[in-house]
Every structure is written in structure tokens, then in C-alpha cells.
Ligand binder design. Structure first.
Ligand code: PLP
Length: 329
């Protein structure tokens, strides 16, 4: 990475979150996923505890276990708009907590944590020694107010790995480019891990990233407007189905409907919808134990495909109405 790239990323992270990020604490690597994996490796020793969202991006738990650390799930509650309860965060924080992972907007729920809750969470975390990993890859894909960043809370920047990337905002998933602002003590260990593993992001990808970050942003606005239309379509369609209720997600491009009204476990429902109806979606428990009785539906697809999927789901449920009201083996 060259210094001008670091300056562009530092400016983007600083101006979007209203914080002071200098290029010397910016890292660029082959995807946000790699950066979160390396962060966990860099800060955790075996036996350290890591608090992470449940339901949440499954890579968190895998990486925590890979590092020999202890995963400590923090429930995101449907009735709290898929935010966490502060007292539950307080109960989980302790002397062995090495890292707290926050992901807002969240995959798989689309939930966004309020600025007030992030401020209160920061206060709890700052009272101890834990680092924070704030995964903000969906920051630009929101349907209301701009989401707050925990990195903006005074004192947090020195504790927080602020993670973002090109995959979601610019639909550049396959280009593999993520970036982070990290506390000064983590710059050297993380740089060593990147250099000794993947070396760097290919130069032409870095150039594309700079073009994306510095070019016109109207394409992002248009994409989010289109996502909003699809979100409304999918949420209305799901709520019209028997036994399914769906909260309107505030961010990302996932709906996370509650299917507890159907007498069929969500994993089985997801499998049958794929095999029998040709609808690809995921069971909520794939994102953690607290995801059970939910499905995750990505609406990063055309409106026509979404309408087709909803129609097939309706047909599937209607055709098995008797069976669904009874026991499904
Ligand atoms: N973080 C979250 C919450 C995600 O959902 C994803 C991708 O699905 C990533 C990180 C990975 O992003 P990247 O493509 O930059 O590795």
C-alpha cells in the first residue's frame, strides 16, 4: 500500500465518523474478513474471552475458536430491534474479556445499534481493559439516520479497531479489499501478520478502491434507494405469509423473519425451501444459537426474483398446510 492510499482511507474513515484518524494507523488488507481474523489472532491468547453478537457473522466465532479464545455470545434481541441489552453486556464483561465485537448494521439481522446504546456500551468497556472491534462494513447501507460508530465515543479510538471495506458499499465483494483504523499498539503486530501472510492487496485493486472512495458517490445513494424498495417488498411479502413475522431491518440487505409460528424447525424449513421450492435462504441458527426460529433472506437480488421467491414460499406453505399444522418429520 502506498502512502496516498493510506491518506485516502484515513480521510474517509475520519470524515465519515467525525474522528481523528491519521494514515499511520490505517491498514489495508484483502477484505474486512481477513482484518477481523487477524485482529482476533493479534490480540487473543488462549483462554481469553471474546464477546460477540449472537446472531452474528459466523466468522467471528470461528476465528475466536481458531485463536484458542473463548467465545462469549451477546444476544441481539428481536424485540430490541436486534440490539443487545446493556445489562447483558455488563454481565459478560470481566477480567478475562480481551475483545468485544460490535457489528452495526448487523449481518444477519439488519439491526442497527443506537448512538445512546453505543455510548453506554463504550462506558462499560472503557472501565475495563478490553479492545473493541467495530465491524462497520454495512455503514452506508441504512434506511434511516446514519448509524453511529462506537469509535466516535471519546476515549474509544485508542481501544477500537474500526473496520470497513469496499465489498458492501461499492458491491466489490470479489475485489477483496478491506481497511481499518487501529490503535497505535496494534499497528506493528497487524502489519506483521499481513506482510507474512498475504503481503498486500494487489496494486490494481488498490487503485480501484481509491477510485471508488474518491469518485462520485451517487451510485451508492442509488443502490441504497433500490435496496430500500426491495426491503419494503420482502418485508411486506413475508408478513403476508402465514406463521411468519418480519421486522423492517434498518440496515444491510438482509431480512431476518421470525418463523416460530410454523411447526417446522427453521433449519428444516430452509432445506425444504431450497430443495422443494428452489428458494435459497439460510436458517437463523447458522448465525448462532439465538438465531434459531428465524431465517436469513438476502435481498441483494432483483425485485422480480424476490417476488418469485415470495410466491414460491407461499405455494410451499399452502401446499403443506395440513402437514405444517401437524408434525413434520
Ligand atoms: N463483516 C460482516 C458483518 C460481513 O457480513 C461480511 C461479509 O459478508 C464481512 C465482514 C466480510 O467483508 P469482506 O468482503 O470485506 O471480507
Amino acid at each position: 500500500m502506498c502512502s496516498s492510499d493510506l491518506e485516502v482511507v484515513a480521510h474517509e474513515l475520519a470524515s465519515s465518523r467525525g474522528i481523528d484518524v491519521t494514515p499511520d494507523r490505517v491498514l489495508i488488507a484483502n477484505g474486512a474478513k481477513l482484518l477481523l481474523f487477524l485482529t482476533i489472532l493479534a490480540v487473543c491468547d488462549p483462554g481469553d474471552e471474546v464477546i460477540y453478537p449472537d446472531p452474528g457473522f459466523p466468522i467471528y466465532e470461528s476465528a475466536i475458536r481458531w485463536a484458542g479464545a473463548v467465545p462469549v455470545p451477546l444476544t441481539l434481541h428481536d424485540e430490541l430491534g436486534f440490539s443487545f441489552a446493556l445489562e447483558e453486556l455488563g454481565e459478560r464483561l470481566g477480567e478475562r474479556t480481551k475483545l468485544v465485537i460490535i457489528n452495526s448494521p448487523n449481518n444477519p439481522t439488519g439491526g442497527v445499534v443506537s448512538a445512546e446504546d453505543l455510548g453506554a456500551a463504550a462506558e462499560l468497556i472503557l472501565a475495563g481493559q478490553a479492545w473493541v472491534l467495530s465491524d462497520e462494513v454495512y455503514r452506508r447501507i441504512v434506511y434511516g439516520r446514519e448509524p453511529a460508530s462506537i469509535a466516535s465515543v471519546p476515549g474509544m479510538l485508542e481501544r477500537c479497531v474500526l473496520l470497513d471495506g469496499l465489498s458492501k458499499t461499492y458491491a466489490m465483494t470479489g475485489w477483496r479489499c478491506g481497511y481499518a483504523a487501529v490503535p497505535t499498539p496494534l499497528v506493528d503486530p497487524l502489519t506483521r501478520l499481513i506482510t507474512n501472510s498475504v503481503s498486500c492487496v494487489p496494486g490494481f485493486v488498490q487503485s480501484a478502491g481509491i477510485a471508488a472512495l474518491t469518485g462520485p458517490q451517487d451510485c451508492v445513494v442509488a443502490m441504497v434507494e433500490e435496496f430500500r424498495r426491495r426491503r419494503d417488498l420482502v418485508v411486506a411479502g413475508l408478513n403476508a405469509l402465514p406463521g411468519i413475522s418480519c421486522r423492517a431491518p434498518l440496515g444491510a440487505f438482509y431480512a431476518f423473519p421470525d418463523v416460530s409460528g410454523l411447526p417446522i424447525p427453521s433449519k428444516q424449513l430452509a432445506d425444504r425451501l431450497l430443495e422443494d421450492a428452489g428458494v435459497a435462504l439460510l436458517a437463523g441458527e447458522g448465525f448462532g444459537a439465538r438465531g434459531e426460529q428465524h431465517l436469513r433472506i438476502s435481498y441483494a437480488n432483483s425485485s422480480a426474483q424476490i417476488e418469485l421467491a415470495l410466491e414460491r414460499m407461499r405455494e410451499f406453505l399452502e401446499a403443506r398446510g395440513v402437514e405444517l399444522r401437524g408434525r413434520v418429520s
